[in-house]
Design a protein around this ligand. Structure first.
Ligand code: IPD
Length: 261
């Protein structure tokens, strides 16, 4: 569909400019910059500036498309809906760490059809268009070939929305499989890592649409398996996500009791 391909190209350019803006505002290493919204939940000036920048550019290019951002909520409804996380991995960004990204996904109703994730401090850009593959810096990517959960590396995301016992129960289950648990602080980049085979799985019990919208088409195009995030509340509020390579997906899903699509 040329109209959608054209949107992906536009999104890639806008996300790149937004990523440059975020780099120019990047705090130096040190104590957290910005303010704390709640326990371990940070907001920097950059979050608002980048979201406003992307919102304005997308509105000028595609005024009839819907738009939703982490900071501004649903600004416009529409069959086609852009969903932006201006800085995913804000807590990393606020400390001057490198693991954060700008994420912009496109939904057609409840179908994730395209996505761009740029991590400028890592020099990486992920793109996906449904039916046309997923790419990292222009090279096609796919989920990992690891078949043994005991050789797997699985990331688990955490936020203050998840009570400690619930988190610990899933980490326990991951370790009981013999897998290596990890936590990197950016849900979007962790899901992108599953799509390109750097991780074998990612789990987060309570995560929002803006964190996953751009990654969902990447995962689908890279052959990963995913839990039914959008059909279990993720379209309108926070929900659970599990994504994994197709070889360990069933074992992981069973171990942590999170059903797959
Ligand atoms: C957060 C990150 C983190 C995840 C949280 C998200 P933000 O997004 O993706 O890895 O565990 O659930 O809220 O606040 O940095 O955009």
């Amino acid at each position: 569909n040329p109209a959608i391909a054209c949107r992906l190209e536009a999104a890639r350019a806008v996300v790149h400019d937004a990523a440059c803006l975020a780099m120019s505002m990047r705090p130096p290493p040190g104590g957290p910059a910005g303010k704390q919204k709640a326990a371990q939940d940070w907001l920097t000036e950059t979050d608002g500036a980048v979201e406003a920048f992307i919102a304005e550019r997308m509105k000028a290019l595609f005024p009839d498309d819907g738009f939703q951002g982490e900071e501004g909520g649903v600004a416009r409804a529409g069959q086609l809906r852009w969903v932006v996380d201006p800085i995913d991995g804000t807590s990393n960004y606020a400390r001057g760490r490198s693991r954060w990204c700008v994420s912009l996904g496109l939904l057609d109703g409840d179908d994730p059809i395209a996505g761009v994730i740029e991590a400028p401090a890592l020099g990486e850009v992920y793109t996906a268009l449904r039916g046309h593959g997923a790419f990292l810096n222009g090279k096609r990517i796919q989920a990992s070939p690891v078949t043994d959960p005991a050789s797997a590396m699985i990331e688990m995301g955490w936020s203050n929305r998840v009570p400690k016992p619930v988190f610990m129960e899933k980490i326990d289950a991951i370790m009981d499989l013999g897998a290596m648990p990890r936590s990197g602080g950016s849900g979007a980049l962790a899901l992108a890592d599953v799509a390109c085979g750097r991780l074998d799985g990612y789990i987060e019990i309570v995560i929002n649409l803006w964190d996953v919208a751009a990654a969902l088409p990447l995962l689908a195009e890279a052959g990963a398996r995913v839990s039914p995030f959008l059909r279990t509340g993720g379209l309108t509020g926070p929900a659970t996500i599990l994504a994994a390579n197709p070889h360990i997906a069933d074992a992981l899903s069973k171990a942590v009791s999170i059903p797959l699509e």
